[in-house]
Ligand binder design. Structure first.
Ligand SMILES: [Zn+2]
Length: 280
């Protein structure tokens, strides 16, 4: 896996511990400002871990979080991490609808660009919320000025997910030009697509399985896309009273994230998505 030809991206969806989706216990936008913020501490931990290995990541920042932590955002950019967008208010595209989604992603991009003074190229939708029901989504992402997108989870999933989507990074035709899609990593096991590379999947899978999965990706010539959230390096963060299924997925094995990140940084090579897209 440390082969020179292996392509990998370590990505972080930069948001707070309460930015979980799809459960009635998740606080509403109007409540966010009154909740405890743990982003600074969690990002400090991630930044120092990454610095230890000189690994640069692609960070998909939520515009709302950037507004609250402009100095932290600038620090991430100055440390060599790519600043990409995770929208403004963590809206699920298929719930928000086209107009509201458009407004949200343009607002989120502008906030990041105003604070850092640099152009933002990449986008990732909240909850990988692309489904077959949002055919307008890529047109809107391209029209907002993004060059690439990393919103597709090419397997079945709770919210979002397009089960038969092309697993390779590829150019997609959008209304205003083309958009490079870099889907999340999934491997085929017994005819089913599964992930061991992000969120609850990464926390649940033992390292041996993750390693096997990375080998399978390489055999298929696919890049490794890893995604983590700041709350996942913070096992002590407050818990929301989620339904059983969401609770398990959101909180299982939180103590395993940091050791797995150490292992990944030591054994994989990661590049920035914005550098990778230049070759297309
Ligand atoms: Zn998110």
């Amino acid at each position: 896996m440390s082969s020179d030809h292996a392509i990998g991206f370590l990505t972080i969806d930069v948001e707070e511990w309460f930015h979980i989706l799809d459960d009635p216990a998740v606080p509403d936008f109007r409540q966010w400002a009154g909740l405890e913020s743990r982003l600074q501490r969690n990002m400090e931990l991630l930044l120092s871990l990454l610095d230890e290995y000189k690994v640069n990541t692609t960070m998909f920042w939520l515009g709302w979080a950037a507004e609250k932590h402009p100095a932290l955002l600038r620090r991430c950019a100055e440390a060599g991490h790519e600043i990409a967008s995770h929208g403004y208010a963590h809206v699920l595209a298929y719930e928000a609808g086209r107009e509201k989604f458009r407004e949200d992603i343009r607002h989120g991009k502008k906030i990041l660009e105003d604070i850092t003074g640099a152009e933002v190229f990449g986008f990732r939708a909240a909850g990988f919320g692309t489904t077959a029901d949002t055919p307008w989504l890529f047109d809107e992402i391209r029209a907002a000025g993004f060059v690439y997108d990393s919103s597709v989870f090419p397997a079945k999933r709770g919210h979002g997910g397009i089960a038969d989507f092309n697993r390779e990074p590829h150019q997609m035709d959008a209304h205003d030009g083309s958009l490079l899609e870099i889907p999340q990593s999934v491997v085929e096991v017994c005819g089913r697509r599964v992930s061991f590379f992000g969120g609850g999947y990464l926390r649940l899978a033992p390292i041996a399985l993750i390693k096997w999965g990375i080998g399978k990706l390489q055999e298929s010539g696919l890049p490794l896309v890893v995604y983590v959230h700041p709350r996942e390096v913070d096992p002590e963060h407050p818990r929301l009273p989620l339904r059983l299924h969401r609770r398990f997925k959101s909180y299982v094995n939180l103590r395993s994230t940091v050791p797995k990140l150490h292992w990944l940084c030591e054994n994989s090579k990661f590049e920035l998505m914005r550098d990778y897209v230049k070759q297309f």
